[in-house]
Write a protein that binds this ligand. Structure first.
Ligand code: NDP
Ligand code: GDR
Length: 355
C-alpha cells in the first residue's frame, strides 16, 4: 500500500502564523515547503529553530525564494513542489501601513491570490490541491452586525481590507467556476509572543517589559477604545489545518466570541508587572493619559494622533459556531492567559537585552 503524500506549501512562512503552522504540520508528518523573500537583513528568525533542527534531525522543511507579486516564480515553485495543501498566509498584513502602500497592498494581498490560483491551474493541480486563504475579520470593517459570522455583510475600511475582499471573492469564484478545493478562513485577531512588534498587542507587551527594566518610560498609542476579538495564534493555525481536512470546501470564521478594548489590553499587561493603570484627562481624547495609580506623576501611556487611522474598525466580535459544528474547532487560550504569556516572554527578551 502506498502512503498518502502530505506535502504543504506555506506562503508567509516567516510570519507569526507561518512559523506556528510549519511546526504543526511537521509534527503531523508533512513535508513543509515555505516561500521566503529575499531581504537585506536576516528574516527567518521565527523559523530558525525549525530549520536548525532540520539540519540535525532530518526534519522535512524546504525554503524557496519567491514573492506573491511574481507569477512565474509561483508557477515554478508549485510545479516543482507539487503540494497537496497550500496555505496562503503571505501578505502585507498591517492595516495602518496599507494606507501608505495601497497599490502594493492590493498587488500582494489581492492579485497575489489570483496569481496563486492561476499557478495551481497552470500546473494542472486544480483537482488535487487544497488551498487555504488567510481571509480576515477586517472584511467586516464598519459594524453591520454583532457578532459577525459567515453571513454578515462585508464593509471593508482600509486598502488592506479591500484587497482582502478581492481575494475572498476571487477564491469563491474559482471554487464555483472550476470546482477547486478552496477555503476562506475568516480569522479574527490572533496574537502570540511571535507577533510583529508594530501590532498593538505586542507593541504594548514589549513596552511594558521595557518599562519594567527601565529601558523605556512611556507607551504611545492611537485609538485605545477600539475593540478586538483576540485569540492565540497557536490555536488558530490548528483551525486552518482542521478546516482543510474537511471534504466540502467552504468559508469559516475562527474567533473566541469575546471582545476587549485596547485599553483593557493595556491594563491587563501592566497588571502582570503589578502596576495598576489609572486613566486621567478627558476620556477618548489625545489629552488622556494612563498613570501609575501608586504614583500619579508617573505617566506610562500617552495618546499619539499619528497612530490613528483615517478610517477605523471599531468593534470586532466573532461567531465561530460553524467551525465548531463542522470540524470541532474551539480556541483553547483565554484572553488573560494570552496577555500573561506575551508579557512574560517579553520580560525575558527585555532582561536579556534582545528587545
Ligand atoms: P505577518 O505579517 O506576521 O506575516 C506575513 C508574512 O507574509 C511574512 O512571512 C512576510 O514575509 C510575507 N509576505 C509579505 N509580503 C509578501 C510578498 N509580497 N510575497 C510573499 N510573502 C510576503 O502576518 P501573520 O502571520 O499575522 O498573518 C498571516 C496572514 O493572515 C496574513 O495574510 C494576514 O493578513 C492574515 N490575517 C492575520 C490575522 C492576525 O490576527 N494575525 C487575522 C486575520 C488574517 P517577510 O517576513 O519577508 O516580511
Ligand atoms: P488590526 O491590528 O488592525 O486589527 O489588524 P492592530 O494590532 O494593528 O490594531 C488593533 C487596534 O489597535 C488600535 N491601535 C493601534 N494599533 C497599532 N498597530 N499601533 C498602535 O499604536 C495602536 N493604538 C491603537 C488600532 O487602531 C486598531 O483598532 C490585525 C492584522 O493582523 C491584520 O493583518 C488582520 O487581518 C487583522 O488583525 C484581523
Amino acid at each position: 500500500m502506498t502512503e498518502e503524500r502530505k506535502v504543504a506549501l506555506i506562503t508567509g512562512i516567516t510570519g507569526q502564523d507561518g512559523s506556528y503552522l510549519a511546526e504543526l504540520l511537521l509534527s503531523k508528518g508533512y513535508s513543509v515547503h515555505g516561500i521566503i523573500r529575499r531581504a537585506s537583513i536576516f528574516n527567518t528568525g521565527r523559523i530558525e529553530h525549525i530549520y536548525r533542527d532540520a539540519h540535525e534531525t532530518g526534519v522535512k522543511i524546504f525554503l524557496h525564494y519567491g514573492d506573491l507579486c511574481d507569477a512565474t516564480n509561483l508557477i515554478t515553485i508549485i510545479a516543482n513542489v507539487r503540494p497537496t495543501e497550500i496555505y496562503n498566509l503571505g501578505a502585507m498584513s498591517h492595516v495602518k501601513v496599507s494606507f501608505d502602500l495601497p497599490e502594493y497592498t492590493v498587488d500582494c494581498d489581492g492579485v497575489g491570490v489570483l496569481r496563486m490560483l492561476d499557478a495551481i491551474r497552470a500546473c494542472g493541480l486544480e483537482d488535487e490541491v487544497k488551498f487555504y486563504q488567510a481571509s480576515t475579520s477586517e472584511l467586516y470593517g464598519k459594524v453591520q452586525a454583532i457578532p459577525q459570522s459567515e453571513t454578515t455583510p462585508f464593509y471593508p475600511r482600509s486598502p488592506y481590507a479591500v484587497a482582502k475582499q478581492y481575494a475572498y471573492w476571487i477564491l469563491v469564484n474559482y471554487r464555483e467556476a472550476y470546482g477547486m478545493k478552496l477555503y476562506n478562513g475568516i480569522l479574527f485577531n490572533h496574537e502570540s509572543p511571535r507577533r510583529g512588534r508594530t501590532f498593538v498587542t505586542r507593541k504594548i507587551t514589549s513596552a511594558v517589559a521595557k518599562i519594567h527594566y527601565g529601558k523605556e518610560k512611556c507607551l504611545y498609542l492611537g485609538n485605545i477604545d477600539a475593540k478586538r476579538d483576540w485569540g492565540h495564534a497557536r490555536d488558530y493555525v490548528e483551525g486552518m489545518w482542521m478546516m482543510l481536512q474537511t471534504d466540502k470546501p467552504d468559508d469559516f470564521v475562527l474567533a473566541t466570541g469575546y471582545t476587549h478594548t485596547v485599553r483593557e489590553f493595556v491594563e491587563k499587561s501592566f497588571a502582570v508587572i503589578d502596576i495598576k493603570i489609572k486613566w486621567k484627562g478627558p476620556t477618548g481624547t489625545i489629552h488622556e493619559v494612563g498613570v501609575d495609580s501608586d504614583n500619579e506623576d508617573r505617566v506610562l501611556v500617552r495618546i499619539d494622533p499619528n497612530y490613528f487611522r483615517p478610517t477605523e474598525v471599531d468593534l470586532l466580535l466573532g461567531d465561530a459556531r460553524k467551525a465548531k459544528k463542522t470540524f470541532g474547532w474551539t480556541p483553547k487560550t483565554s484572553f488573560d492567559d494570552l496577555v500573561k504569556e506575551m508579557v512574560e516572554e517579553d520580560l525575558i527578551l527585555a532582561k536579556n537585552l534582545i528587545i
